[in-house]
Design a protein around this ligand. Structure first.
Ligand code: CA
Length: 196
């Protein structure tokens, strides 16, 4: 079972505060660079899809790094960018996770986005969606899912499947995982304000 790295989690939380302040500004900047991106009606067209249908839909879209080979880390807040065929950047892990988050929230699940970092290996930090339905927590990570009865069990299972036995970018074996909430389970009206 993976240890939780508390210092790593503290640093992660500080980063989340920074990102929370910064993301709306960066988002506005990059959104304003692309005019004429086709609008989509997420609630009408995506929310009624079953989990498997939605998974199939989003995984048809290619991963593209954030600007500067991922250095400018941000999330497009309007999902029309995710579904734009020729999006040049900005469809990486947090954007896939944001799609799962929107789909889950509109389907009445409690949902969060979590940033997860194995050991202190920030280069391999990752963003996933976690839902809670009827006492069961589920991670959605691109096409993968994991279930458990608590967040710590869930992260442990996630660690075992994704990092255990693997080497970090510093050539050390992963032993711990840090995690913190990047996005809380917002009410639907707050979310809708971002989608118009
Ligand atoms: Ca992103």
């Amino acid at each position: 079972m993976a240890n939780r790295n508390f210092l790593g989690s503290l640093i992660t939380k500080l980063y989340i505060v920074f990102r929370g302040e910064w993301n709306p500004i960066i988002n506005k900047f990059f959104e304003s660079r692309f005019l004429g991106v086709p609008k989509i009606d997420f609630e009408r067209d995506m929310v009624p899809l079953s989990k498997d249908e939605f998974k199939k839909k989003i995984t048809e879209y290619q991963y593209v790094s954030d600007p500067g080979k991922g250095f400018v880390d941000f999330t497009f807040l309007d999902p029309k960018f995710f579904f734009w065929d020729v999006l040049p950047y900005g469809r990486d892990c947090d954007d896939f996770s944001y799609m799962w988050y929107l789909w889950a929230r509109f389907n009445e699940a409690i949902a969060y986005q979590y940033i997860v970092i194995p050991n202190f290996d920030v280069k391999n930090s990752h963003v996933v969606t976690v839902t809670k339905v009827g006492g069961v927590y589920t991670i959605y990570d691109y096409h993968k899912e994991y279930e458990a009865r608590s967040i710590s069990d869930l992260m442990s299972i996630y660690f075992d499947d994704n990092y255990k036995g693997k080497k970090s970018s510093k050539d050390k074996e992963y032993t711990s995982i840090s995690y913190a909430r990047l996005r809380q389970s917002e009410d639907l009206d707050t979310i809708r304000e971002r989608l118009v």
